[in-house]
Each structure stands twice: as structure tokens, then as C-alpha cells.
Design a protein around this ligand. Sequence first.
Ligand code: AMP
Length: 333
Amino acid sequence: MTSHSSLQIFHGAKQEGFRTLGITVGKPPRHYDAFPLSKPDRWLELKDYHELMDRADELVAENVILIPHGSFVEYMGGKNYEKLPVPSFGNKQVLEWESNRTMEREWLHAAGLTMPEEIKDPKDIIQPVIVKYHGAKGGRGFFIAKNYHEFMRKIEKGQSYTIQEFVLGTRYYLHYFFSPLREQGYSVDGGILEMLSMDRRDEANIDEANRLGSINELEAVGISPTFVVTGNIPIVLRESLLPKVFDMGEKVVKESIKRFGGLVGPFCLETVVTDQLEFKVFEISARIVAGTNPYITGSPYMDLIEPNLSTGRRIAQEIRLAADAGRLGEVCS
Ligand code: AMP
């Protein structure tokens, strides 16, 4: 599917010697012509994503393995994707756990991670909060309130929402990979946990709002901050925090095994690191994230695992390893 992290996924699959099929709605985007090392060998053109359901047999006959990324699941719809009878990399059961905010919280809490505090009653707002409307997409439809009055002034009636402590610190998005197949490395439950890279998202217009004035000044002229992702910036973490990163990843994987048979492959913890050097995790994405895109030829962490690695390539390696060992069923669903 031609957005999000597709360039990287195709490139990585080709590096590992796979034939590649790009799925597109309408004509293939022209920019693939500009990137020959990422251009899929063949395109499947659809009228709309639902057509994929009708063409599942064709894909199965060609031994296709789908690599789901955020946009793909979003466009297909979670329910359709779960029903799609084409082998897909990763454990589809994770979808429900990550897309339902209550279940996601339950999972991460049970794993022992610290999350931003949730405020049930707006009257209890005594510190800055971020209010997230349910179903808000791409960081649009969130707002910040510093007290109850500001909340009441900004809230749109009739919409359901969650109120979360606004965590001040630095936003780091940690890109992990769990392999149930490899044995050499940071062992977790019979597999290994890898730390492949980290990024920070560039978000419009919050990240550059200060070019025009303080948020208060902007709001006075009717401009509210938005959190729309426009790009990704590489990050290297203060090294003494790495043990905490592995500890969090390990706990998330172990809890996922208990709850739904386990995460497989890439996942990302979205965190804010406070000035007390504490990680507060506000979300998990249980698949490849676009924040891995700055690292198509390696990251400061991947370079210490294998030169010229990317998350896309790492996925292809896992599929290759599973296929060779007759264990595809353990990494696909
Ligand atoms: P999300 O849709 O939950 O990934 O959030 C979108 C963006 O809102 C994040 O990338 C952060 O910039 C910001 N954000 C979300 N939750 C919090 C929080 N609890 N504290 C501070 N910023 C947050």
C-alpha cells in the first residue's frame, strides 16, 4: 500500500530477495518512478480498498504476505483487515488492543508502564491537560486546557473525549522489534527484543507556533495549536536511559504474550521523557511506524546490530527466517 512507510518496506523486501507487489487505489503514484530501489516489481490497482476482499484468492495464490502499516489498516478498516484471508505479518489480534484506548491502557498499565494520568471529571483539572476527542485523527481535534474554565470554553458539546495530564518533557518515539524466532540477543520469553531506532515527530502547528507568539497570544487571535504529523526527526537517547527502554519493551512484550499470544515484529512506544528522566507512555503502535523512515540505511542502534539495516528490511528477514524454518505461522496471522 503506497504511503506511510512503503518505500522502506519495498526496499527492505528487495534487499532480502523477495518479489514485491504494491497495492494501490487508482493509478500507482508517480513518485515511485523516482526511487527505483523502492519501486515494487508489480502493482495491483484497486478501485477501492474493499476490492481487496474480493481479490484475496488471487493474492493467496501468489503467496503474498501483506505488511500492514498504519495507513493500510486505517484505509481498510480494522474489522475488514482482521477478516482479510491473506497472510499478514504480525499478530492481527493486537489491533483491537491498540485501537481501543481502554484496552490499550489496561495492557500498558498491567505491564507496569507509567502513563499520563487520566482525569475523569473536568472539574478536577488542576494542571494543564490535553483533551482528545474520540475518533480524532492525525492529531487534529485535540486541545490543551490549563484549567476547568478553559476546558469549558473550548469543549464541543456532544462529543466523547478523554482528558489526559499534559506531560511536559521531550517526546521520544521508541521503535522496537520483537522476534520470536531469533535466539542471540536481548532474550525475552524465548525470543529477542531489539531496539532499532527512535524519532521525534514534527507536528504542525504546535512545534513552530512560537515563531508567531505564545500559545496565549495565538489563541487570542483564534489560532489553536494542532498536532498534525508532517515529518520525523531522528533521535539518539541519553545512553544511561537505555536500560529503562529495554525494560519497558520487555514488559510490554511479556504482557502481550499473556493477553493475546504476543506481539510480533515492530512496535513503537510513544513517550514523553520528563525532567525527572521518567518515561510516560501515551500510546503504543503495534506495527511499523513512519518514524522509522529516516533510517533506511541504518540508525545509530541498528548499526550495532547489522550494517545497512532498516525496519522494513528487518521485517523481510524475519519472514525469510520463518519460511526457511517452516515457522511462518508464528510470525504471520
Ligand atoms: P496521539 O494521537 O495520542 O499520538 O497524540 C498526538 C500528539 O499529541 C503527540 O504526538 C503529542 O505531541 C501530543 N500528546 C498526546 N498525548 C500527550 C500528553 N499526554 N502530553 C503531552 N502531549 C501529548
